[in-house]
Design a protein around this ligand. Structure first.
Ligand code: NI
Length: 194
């Protein structure tokens, strides 16, 4: 299997809208497995094809503790969205950035599997959040789009600084919680990245 490169915000390729998957062959199954491998290696709980610069409607997820319950959703459609509640989200395309936003708490989704067969899934809690987050990626949308422009600016600056530090090999300094400026995005390593 191959680990794929995950695009990072604000890469404009994250803004492309994905098109439907129409061919269900070995290449698609191989690709879905590589996506899972990439997600597990990055310690994420979800990944959309958009994030690895493939603009097809395919997402992979695994919210299980033991990382042994992979889910592949192809051409997913939301059939039902109910309730609304705040939760904290992160994203593999925005490493180290977490913030709170509101999502539907109960959803029903219809999708195809790798053989092109249709199935429906009811989800709540973290899985419901994760599916909505990954489906946003297929529309070119990121969770920071729900935040204020000021917060997005702070996030862009922080990521840029960290990328520079990574490229020069200097150590990442992680601010302790509470040390960030008011309104700055917080880090909480316990929140899974999606
Ligand atoms: Ni994400």
């Amino acid at each position: 299997m191959t680990k794929l490169v995950i695009l990072e915000y604000p890469d404009p390729r994250l803004r492309k809208k994905a098109t439907a998957v129409t061919v269900f062959d070995d290449a698609l199954r191989h690709f879905a497995n590589n996506m899972l491998e990439t997600m597990y290696a990055a310690k994420g709980v979800g990944l959309a094809a958009t994030q690895i610069d493939v603009h097809k409607r395919l997402i992979v997820l695994d919210i299980s503790e033991r990382r042994d319950q992979p889910l592949i959703l192809i051409n997913p459609e939301l059939l039902k969205l109910e309730g609304s509640g705040p939760g904290e989200e992160g994203c593999l395309s925005l490493p180290g950035i977490y913030d709170k936003l509101s999502r539907a708490t109960h959803i029903r989704v219809r999708a195809l599997d790798c053989k092109g067969e249709s199935f429906e899934l009811d989800a709540e809690g973290l899985l419901a959040v994760c599916i909505q987050h990954e489906m946003d990626h297929l529309e070119g949308k990121l969770f920071v789009d729900y935040l204020s422009e000021l917060k997005r600016q702070l996030i862009r600056r922080r990521l840029e600084k960290e990328r520079k530090q990574r490229s020069t090999g200097s150590e990442l300094r992680v601010l302790p919680l509470g040390a960030a400026a008011p309104g700055a995005p917080m880090r909480r390593s316990s929140t899974p990245a999606l």
